[in-house]
Design a protein around this ligand. Structure first.
Ligand SMILES: [Fe+2]
Length: 216
């Protein structure tokens, strides 16, 4: 039952846990999760709060994600990814997410998503032949399902962009594939650093509100 005192993140987590409890097939699970993420992306409080989320800053060859939530039972993680004006013109490396499923939802701003197909049989170390198969503008509310080992990147188009990313497992602790199509190169490195962050501002408890009123 929906609890009106829950915030949008708490509602998302409750619905996701309910879905994961009844659906074990990963393909069905992650397809069914998309409309639940769509509700989170449409929430006015989340959109407003995202304007104050800190800019993610790549460092030491690693991207940065904001970490809003990690589920203790099912292991899924809720991330934020902000690309501020300083990042404009920079393109994220072409990569995959290794074995995990990911839903990439745009919350604010527009960007381009590129997807690639892998043409070789993965038998030659350090080698990958890829070809661009999708090049698409996406905007608020649009959700991209990234399956295990799918090759992709996002490209900024001169706007601050904010994404909410749901991963079947928190990133950063396992290697992900990296692709350099100019040289048909492939290598692996750790995924994004996880920076704990509040998705929504904490509401003051009624007791604290009363105290504030007295002190005024
Ligand atoms: Fe990605």
């Amino acid at each position: 039952m929906e609890n009106q005192t829950q915030n949008a993140l708490e509602r998302f987590v409750a619905k996701t846990r309910e879905l994961f409890a009844k659906e074990r097939d990963p393909e069905k699970r992650w397809t069914a999760l998309s409309p639940i993420l769509a509700e989170l992306l449409a929430d006015a409080e989340v959109i407003e709060a995202s304007k104050a989320w800190p800019d993610c800053v790549p460092a030491d060859g690693r991207a940065e994600n904001l970490l809003f939530y990690e589920d203790p039972d099912y292991g899924f993680a809720v991330n934020g990814l902000t690309k501020g004006t300083a990042r404009q013109g920079a393109r994220a490396r072409i990569h995959d997410h290794a074995h995990i499923y990911t839903l990439y939802g745009v919350l604010d701003g527009r960007e381009r998503i590129e997807k690639y197909e892998r043409l070789d049989d993965r038998s030659k170390p350090g080698y990958a032949k890829i070809r661009k198969s999708v090049d698409q503008m996406v905007g608020p509310g649009e959700i991209d399902l990234v399956r295990p080992y799918e090759v992709h990147t996002e490209v900024t188009v001169g706007e601050r962009t904010v994404a909410v990313i749901i991963r079947s497992q928190k990133g950063g602790e396992f290697n992900q594939g990296r692709y350099v199509p100019e040289r048909d190169e492939y290598y692996e490195s750790l995924g994004p650093r996880q920076t704990p962050c509040e998705m929504l501002p904490k509401k003051a408890k009624p007791q604290e509100q009363n105290n504030n009123r007295v002190s005024l």
